[in-house]
Design a binder for this molecule. Structure first.
Ligand code: SAM
Ligand code: DTB
Ligand code: SF4
Length: 325
C-alpha cells in the first residue's frame, strides 16, 4: 500500500528505529515491489558543462565559484548517442543527460536535446534529462520525443533550502515538477545529504516527496561530493550508517519507487554501499564520472554486485514499475 499522508513525526519514528528493525521494514517494503537482487544501472552524461548562473552552494558548475572546471557548450547529438551506446554496452538501461542551465533554452539547443532524447529511446534505453526549469510546452515536447523521466531535485527541506540556493525558490522547483507530471513524463526527484542539514531537514525532503500523489517514480539520494571552491568545499562525508538510514526511510515511505544510490559512492566502502543496497537502494550510476566528479569504476561495481550475489537489471525498469494506488 502506498501512503501519501505521511507526517514528519512518523518519518522520524521510522528513521530512528533500531537498525535491525529499520532494515527489516525497508527490506519488506522493497520485496513487495521489486526484485531484491536486481539493481538498475544508469549512466550520466554532462551534455552542457559549467557557466551556470545559479548559486547552488554544492555545485561545481556554478559560474559564481572558482572550481577549475572546464566549461563545455552543448554536445552534438552524435557525440551524445555514442556515449549512450557505450553506456548500454556497459550494462546501463537508463541514460541521463544533464545540463548546467537555470532553465532549458528555446530554439536550436532545445531541438538538439529533443533529438538526443529520440535517439536514446531508439537504442531501447530509458531516457532521462535534467535541464533546469521547464515550461509546459518544453515538457510536452520532451514527452512527445519519448522522454522516460525528468530529473529535478528538491535537494533538501523547504526550511533549509534557502541556506543552499538563493537564485530560485522551492516553489519554482515544485512548479516544474508539476509540469513534468502533466506532460506524462515520469518524475525523478530527490536530494542531497551532508550539506550541514539536520536530520529533520533530511526527513523534511522525504516528506515532500512521499506526500506527492503519485510519488516520484525515481528518488535519487545523493551525498554531497564536496568540491573545493564551492561554499561546501571541505565538508566531511556522511557516514554509511547515516546514508543507509535515509535510504531505508525513503524505501519505506516510497516502496514502489526506484531509490537511486547516486552521488557520493566514492566515499563509501564496499560494505557501506552493501548496507545501502540492503536498505533498499536499487539503482546506481555506472561509469567513472558522474557529471563532473568521479564515480566508482565499472570493474569495482561488477565485483561488488558479484560478491553480493546481485546483478544489474537487463531490461529497462520504468515500464515494468508497479502501478501506484
Ligand atoms: N542544472 C540543473 C538543475 O539544477 O536542476 C540540472 C543539473 S544539476 C547538476 C542536477 C543535480 O545534481 C542537482 O539538483 C543536485 O541535486 C545534484 N548535484 C550537483 N552537484 C552535486 C554535488 N556536488 N554533490 C551531490 N549532488 C550534486
Ligand atoms: C542526481 O540526483 N544526481 C546526479 C543526477 N541526478 C543528475 C548528479 C550528481 C552530480 C554530482 C556532482 C557532479 O558530478 O558534478
Ligand atoms: Fe546550475 Fe544545476 Fe549546478 Fe545549480 S545544480 S548551479 S542549477 S548546474
Amino acid at each position: 500500500m502506498i501512503r501519501h499522508d505521511w507526517t514528519l513525526d512518523e518519518l522520524r519514528q521510522v528513521h530512528q528505529l533500531p537498525l535491525p528493525e529499520l532494515l527489516y521494514r525497508a527490506q519488506t517494503a522493497h520485496r513487495a515491489h521489486h526484485d531484491p537482487q536486481a539493481v538498475q544501472g544508469c549512466a550520466l552524461l554532462s551534455i552542457k558543462t559549467g557557466h551556470c548562473p545559479e548559486d547552488c552552494a554544492y555545485c561545481p558548475q556554478s559560474a559564481r565559484y572558482d572550481t577549475g572546471l572546464a566549461a563545455q557548450g552543448l554536445l552534438s547529438v552524435e557525440e551524445t548517442l555514442d556515449k549512450a551506446r557505450a553506456a548500454q554496452a556497459g550494462g546501463a538501461t537508463r541514460f541521463c543527460m544533464g545540463a548546467a542551465w537555470r532553465e532549458a533554452p528555446e530554439g536550436e539547443e532545445f531541438e538538439r536535446v529533443v533529438e538526443m532524447v529520440r535517439g536514446v529511446r531508439e537504442l531501447g534505453m530509458e531516457a532521462c534529462c535534467t535541464l533546469g526549469m521547464l515550461t509546459q510546452r518544453q515538457a510536452d515536447r520532451l514527452a512527445e520525443a519519448g522522454l522516460t523521466a525528468y530529473n529535478h531535485n528538491l535537494d533538501t527541506s523547504p526550511e533549509f533550502y534557502g541556506e543552499i540556493i538563493t537564485t530560485r525558490s522551492y516553489q519554482e522547483r515544485l512548479d516544474t515538477l508539476e509540469r513534468v507530471r502533466r506532460s506524462g513524463v515520469t518524475v525523478c526527484c530527490g536530494g542531497i545529504i551532508g550539506m550541514g542539514e539536520s536530520v529533520d531537514d533530511r526527513l523534511g525532503l522525504l516528506l515532500q516527496l512521499a506526500r506527492q500523489d503519485p510519488q516520484p517514480e525515481s528518488v535519487p539520494i545523493n551525498s554531497l561530493v564536496s568540491v573545493a571552491g564551492t561554499p561546501l568545499g571541505g565538508r566531511a562525508p556522511v557516514g554509511a550508517l547515516d546514508f543507509a538510514r535515509v535510504v531505508a526511510t525513503a524505501r519505506i515511505a516510497m516502496p514502489a519507487s526506484i531509490v537511486r544510490l547516486s552521488a557520493g559512492r566514492m566515499e563509501l566502502s564496499e560494505e557501506g554501499q552493501a548496507l545501502c543496497f540492503l536498505a533498499g537502494a536499487n539503482s546506481v550510476f555506472l561509469g567513472e564520472r558522474l557529471l563532473t566528479t568521479p564515480n566508482p569504476e565499472a570493474s569495482d561495481d561488477e565485483k561488488l554486485l558479484e560478491k553480493m550475489g546481485m546483478r544489474l537489471c537487463e531490461d529497462p525498469l520504468t515500464a515494468a514499475a508497479a502501478p501506484q494506488t
